[in-house]
Every structure is written in C-alpha cells, then in structure tokens.
Design a protein. Sequence first.
Length: 116
Amino acid sequence: MFIRGIGGDWGTTNHLTYTNGIYSLVLDVSGGIEVFKFADADWTGSTNCGVEAELESIELATEEIHQALCSDGVDANNITMNFESRTYIFGFRYLATDDEMTGEGEFQVVEALGSF
C-alpha cells in the first residue's frame, strides 16, 4: 500500500509499512491543502481507498480517525486535508472486504514529534 497524491506524487514513492494490522508512513509535508488516497500499486478496486463523495471537498481534520471507502476511483474519492509544514504519521487500517471490488478502512494523520 502507498500514500498517493501528497505533493502531487500519485506514483508509488510513498510506501506504507505494515505492522500489527496498521499500514503507516512518516512523511514530511510542505504545508497547504493536499489531496491523497491510500492505494496499492495497481489501483485495485478493493484497495483503492479514499472517502465517500460527500466528503471529497471537505478538509478533514488531522488527529482524528476517519472512515475510508475502498472501491474503484468513482466511489473512493480523494481525501482532502490542510497541512502545516511539518512531519506527519499517516496510519491506515484495512477493516474488511465486502467482495472482490470493495472494502473499507479507517485512517488517521497525526503530527510527528519535531518538524522538518
């Protein structure tokens, strides 16, 4: 799994580590509004994870746990957050697969100690 979209990088640069059921990554963010998703290398439907349509244009808060929808790009919309220029820990927990095309999860972005 990867964080895709931070800093305009929709590729597979930001690889999440998997430990005890949680995917995570410590990442420096330049600040400002960012859009991103949690997804695998191939954008597979059941692991292409964002938010429901009504949340796509809302800036979600850091430090809170949010629900993720995992589906094809039409249903799993981009996550939007407004960041300070700091180091953050991105955490994602994959909760379930309803079928081979969809799933769900939860995510949280918290400020790491220190900043860059």
